[in-house]
Design a protein around this ligand. Structure first.
Ligand SMILES: [Zn+2]
Length: 330
């Protein structure tokens, strides 16, 4: 792969860093109702030495901020004077959704990770998608997209990549396995065709997601998992010193696909299984009770054997809403 990190100046938005420097700045995504700029923060670190350009962002979904804190911590371990390559980092990419403390932007209600390649003349989320894909393809050799369960779900620590047949697909697999989790989802799922990681991998950029955390709060273990992933991947790419502290080769539990499962009834939610459990088809996963306390549904696993990757932790639900994610073993 070409290395885009070997540049005298790395510049995104108002962040401009010469060799051996870090710069913080802002990138304009649009305008608020009062016509002031709607800007997202961006950090660029231009290493003194040659190496790849690594793009990292958190909060593509605005309520998934475990990765934001992990980014701050990982950056403390990066010395621009010894870094090999460049980092381009957005700690809260989808800033409109972040400000609203929710998964999607209140401006248009669209899910950023489902609308790529976006549209430069479309609504806010489509514009953000277009700009993000353009910038990643222009500036990055590798991309890491940090996610979690947001306000309503808890997500076990796993990594996800697009199992493309090109060289970038192989690079993505190596990244996903170097991150540190033993749970790895090698996706060819049709419903993720319009995800950024799928599209940039097809375009020759190694890409992956780290998933961990949620429940609308910061848990130290979840932040640490994201931080460990970032450090491991910078080591894997040779950008900083040290060996990745990854799961041993034989220890990976590979998944070939995953998807949400849903409840039919509305009410109070009680999970019946633990995150990371292996469940059989038909196994009870979630109990739903109506407001008189009667059990109105037991949601069972539609597939199996499968790994419980996410479960609804917010205590109530509408009927027909997602209540978890199951990953099918390879
Ligand atoms: Zn997400």
């Amino acid at each position: 792969m070409t290395e885009k990190g070997n540049r005298d100046i790395v510049s995104i938005g108002s962040a401009l860093a010469e060799r051996g420097r870090r710069a913080d700045g802002w990138l304009e995504l649009g305008r608020r109702a009062d016509n002031t700029p709607l800007e997202t923060p961006v950090t660029v670190v231009n290493g003194a030495h040659d190496g790849p350009a690594l793009w990292i962002h958190a909060c593509a979904h605005g309520d998934e901020f475990d990765g934001t804190v992990a980014i701050w911590r990982a950056l403390q371990l990066v010395d621009p004077s010894t870094l090999r390559g460049a980092l381009i980092i957005f700690p809260a990419l989808n800033i409109s959704a972040f400000e609203a403390r929710q998964r999607v932007s209140p401006i248009d209600g669209l899910d950023l990770n489902r609308v790529f390649p976006g549209d430069p003349t479309g609504s806010y989320t489509r514009r953000l998608a277009y700009l993000t894909e353009h910038l990643v393809k222009t500036h990055a050799d590798y991309m890491i997209d940090l996610h979690g369960g947001g306000n309503e779900f808890s997500v076990v620590y796993y990594t996800l990549y697009h199992a493309a047949s090109n060289e970038a697909g192989a690079a993505s697999e190596r990244l996903a396995k170097a991150a540190g989790s033993h749970l790895v989802w090698a996706s060819n799922d049709e419903w993720l065709r319009n995800g950024l990681f799928t599209r940039v991998t097809e375009a020759g950029i190694g890409a992956m997601l780290v998933e961990c955390g949620g429940e609308g709060r910061l848990h130290e273990a979840n932040v640490h998992a994201h931080e460990r992933s970032l450090v491991n991947m910078m080591r894997h790419l040779g950008m900083i010193d040290g060996e990745p502290d990854a799961a041993p080769d034989g220890a990976f539990l590979m998944m070939k696909s995953a998807d949400f499962f849903h409840c039919a009834m509305g009410g109070v939610v009680t999970p019946l299984v633990q995150l990371g459990d292996t469940v059989e088809q038909g196994q009870p996963l979630v109990q739903i009770r109506d407001l008189f306390g009667n059990e109105v549904e037991v949601v069972t696993a539609p597939v199996g054997p499968a790994i419980l990757l996410a479960i609804k932790t917010y205590g109530t639900t509408n009927g027909g809403a997602p209540v978890g994610i199951l990953g099918m073993k390879q």
